[in-house]
Ligand binder design. Sequence first.
Ligand code: FAD
Length: 355
Amino acid sequence: MQTDVLIVGQGICGTLLSWWLHKEGKSFMVIDDGAENSSSKIAAGIINPVTGRRYVRTWMAEELSGFAQTTYTELGQYLDAVLLYGRNIIDFFPSPQMRNAFIERISENDTFLRAYPDQNRFNEFFHYDFGCGEIGPAYSVSLQILLSLWQKKLAAMQALHEEKFRIEELQVKEDGVQYGNISAQKIVFCEGILATDNPWFSLLPFSAIKGEALVIECEDLPVDHVFKRGIMLAPLPQKNTFWVGSNYQWEFEDGKPSEQFFTATTNALNRWLKKPYKVIEHKAAVRPATVERRPFVGFHPVFQNVGILNGMGTKGTSLAPFFAHQLAQHIVYNYPLAPEADVKRFSRMLSGRYE
Ligand SMILES: Cc1cc2nc3c(=O)[nH]c(=O)nc-3n(C[C@H](O)[C@H](O)[C@H](O)COP(=O)(O)OP(=O)(O)OC[C@H]3O[C@@H](n4cnc5c(N)ncnc54)[C@H](O)[C@@H]3O)c2cc1C
């Protein structure tokens, strides 16, 4: 069979790239092995415009957040599902120093941060001694629902192979690629952290960051916000269930849930929550992050039909809509890619072994 673009991986990157190609009327085939521990299936799907202990604005925060909001709303309408929830983050300050850092950022006119007027509103649910502030606009996206509904759409469009992609069977030619009986003009790898084994792109400066999360059941907690006190607590679409996490591990033995995280997180919840809760799941995945915290988007400098959309790190929910769109526009109209994201910034590194 003949197709325009072969896409390997249906995490948030492969999903959104195929969505934008679909909108452009391009043909594509997605190959995904359905692994349960992919980053997109474990993530909370939170779009948070600030980061770190000093509440610094994330890269391109305004542009990415607006673009993501439009994309998930439109895609939700297409899939007949609510994917995006406007949920500002209530940040319970763990110390007077953190409260001061927050107030300092407000005094610098950061429009993403504001004092929360009703300081006692959450007394019934949480212990908090140093007050709270509000971060927004922020969103949570139901990534699991999106992935599963898009997978069904792809299957209905006969644009999905549910199997492991075997890289050794790929033939890269001058005018395209051949994989089994699939001939495509281009291939784009959206493999998440498994790209570190990809012969074309493994030299890119990936940084693997493991993260874990619990899913808890807890009655009566408000669902209009995401809550934060060191860890995040975010409402999930199923009634009375919440996502709780995460941590950032640069060194780890395997990608599995750990006893250590479970103990630390349940201890933190016991100190924070006033309501009884039950842990119903414990999950872990490895985030495909990059050393310089910018994504990898575009085509190999030597093999011009072999591309990548990856390196979303801790921010896949906000980065992937924008950069999947940019890559689709590049494929269809040859529009340029943002230089900070274009994988061509590593041309020397990637072409070295072929010179
Ligand atoms: C605990 C945790 C919490 C997070 N929370 C957030 C959050 O709140 N907000 C946010 O923006 N980001 C969050 N992230 C980060 C986010 O999950 C990632 O940035 C994003 O999901 C990466 O998506 P991806 O499509 O690149 O990779 P993945 O989600 O890993 O998808 C890759 C896909 O490719 C498939 N695949 C790979 N190799 C093959 C092969 N050879 N054959 C067939 N299929 C293959 C895999 O099975 C998978 O389906 C979190 C991550 C973790 C771990």
